[in-house]
Design a protein around this ligand. Structure first.
Ligand SMILES: Cc1cc2nc3c(=O)[nH]c(=O)nc-3n(C[C@H](O)[C@H](O)[C@H](O)COP(=O)(O)O)c2cc1C
Length: 167
């Protein structure tokens, strides 16, 4: 299958499906090392006149260290046959194992961002904004009570600089 770069405006998949059901692999790279984690919360849209993705990372994730240090990151969507691998990236920490190596993924690089040949959709992104969520800003307090003790996600707004799809 050939990889094609398309405009985010021509991306015709449901973000609800892609993020909520297929899930994203969020991958950060810093000083030649990379780590990734599964994410199923987030969004795609427009902010500050740019095509963006919104992702939410808890402070405990090893991936957060990479994302915080680097200027960019990649978001990858894999075909259904990689479901087991996505569960692995979402349950094991890169602090304990080299997940990318163990998964046997083919690593590619673009401007300090690690991404993968096996992905069916790849978003190569540049960080625009990061802010930790906080208890006092919840309007529906039940979301706060249900999801948090003191491990509030940091929200990242990232510009989608390149969107690659396999056809
Ligand atoms: C389906 C699924 C979705 C997840 N979504 C998120 C998410 O959106 N944000 C987050 O911080 N963690 C999320 N996680 C948890 C991380 O992927 C998990 O803690 C992972 O092991 C962190 O790896 P790391 O320590 O190598 O970064 C999700 C896990 C699964 C299985």
């Amino acid at each position: 299958m050939a990889v094609k770069e398309i405009s985010p405006f021509d991306f015709n998949e449901s973000p609800f499906r892609v993020i909520g059901k297929d899930w994203l692999l969020v991958t950060g790279e810093y000083e030649g090392k990379s780590n990734g984690m599964t994410a199923s919360w987030g969004g795609l849209g427009i902010m500050w006149g740019k095509p963006v993705a919104y992702i939410f990372i808890r402070p405990t994730r090893y991936t957060k260290e990479f994302v915080d240090k680097a200027d960019g990151l990649s978001l990858s969507v894999f075909p259904e046959e990689y479901r087991k691998m996505m569960n692995y990236f979402g349950t094991v920490s890169g602090r304990d194992e080299d997940k990318i190596k163990k998964a046997g993924l083919t690593v590619l690089h673009d401007n300090g961002r690690t991404y993968f040949d096996e992905a069916r959709v790849t978003m190569l992104c540049r960080k625009l904004y990061a802010q930790p969520l906080a208890s006092e800003f919840f309007i529906d307090k039940s979301c706060d009570e249900k999801w948090y003790k003191d491990d509030y996600h940091t929200m990242y707004v990232v510009e989608i600089e390149k969107l690659l799809v396999k056809e």
